[in-house]
Design a protein around this ligand. Structure first.
Ligand SMILES: [Fe+2]
Ligand SMILES: [Fe+2]
Length: 240
């Protein structure tokens, strides 16, 4: 397990470990409520994972937890380059534009527009709104993780976004998608789905990650996916 350089104790909620005050946590809860409302709008665009009742808002909460975990794993120098408030707000709003954008590829820009409007209404400074909206607008540009000169906050947001849906989450999702989309679902078809999606992505996408912490979390997820897959293969082996 990752060693956590925490301000709080390890059993405290993640936000307390990161030194977020109760007052700020309350502001973030209000933002989450606002984003939940945005994501309840009927969807304009056709978005993947529609064969299952994939809740984008639940994903948002999980990505926020991942962002805090990755922040906690940063050393002091790395943390000094991250504005935790901007990171939290950008993560909470990163997919807020999913349901109101016309084209899924544009959901980052739409999320930035939604966030700007909200943040202006609650009195954020112009410079910080620009920083937050820039993070939201670019969060899907995973290619930047490999090549670009990008901020520590954008690295954390993109890696957090990518860590969700992998490992145990990926196995559950592959199973869920098979059950929802294949009338002839079977153990073997689920095994095939895991092999084609989560297991493949665990190996294919590893190189894109940049931070040591994200790589270690990723490798934990690869290990559990591979072990699960190997055991399933053994369980399903024909006797003769
Ligand atoms: Fe996104
Ligand atoms: Fe996301």
């Amino acid at each position: 397990m990752l060693q956590q350089a925490c301000e709080g104790k390890q059993n405290d909620p993640l936000w307390q470990q990161a030194g977020i005050t109760e007052q700020d946590a309350e502001r973030y809860r209000e933002m989450l409520e606002y984003v939940e409302q945005c994501l309840q709008l009927p969807r304009n665009s056709s978005v993947g994972k529609t064969s299952i009742d994939y809740k984008r808002f639940e994903h948002t909460k999980r990505v926020t937890s991942w962002a805090i975990r990755l922040y906690l794993a940063c050393d002091e120098k790395e943390r000094a380059r991250v504005n935790l408030d901007s990171l939290m707000v950008a993560t909470i709003f990163h997919d807020s534009g999913y349901n109101s954008c016309q084209d899924m590829a544009d959901h980052g820009n739409e999320g930035a527009r939604i966030a700007a409007e909200y943040l202006e209404s609650v009195g954020y400074e112009r410079d910080q709104i620009v920083e937050i909206c820039d993070l939201i607008a670019h969060h899907s540009r995973k290619d930047l993780l490999k090549s670009g000169d990008i901020s520590g906050s954008l690295v954390i947001l993109m890696e957090a976004d990518w860590l969700d849906d992998m490992g145990a989450m990926g196995i559950v999702m592959d199973t869920w998608i098979q059950a929802a989309s294949n009338p002839e679902v079977s153990f073997a078809s689920i095994k095939g789905h895991i092999e084609r999606y989560t297991l493949r992505q665990q190996y294919k996408n590893r190189d894109v990650l940049r931070s040591k912490a994200a790589l270690r979390f990723w490798d934990e997820k690869t290990a559990i996916t591979q072990a699960f897959f190997d055991q399933l293969c053994r369980d399903l082996e024909d006797p003769l």
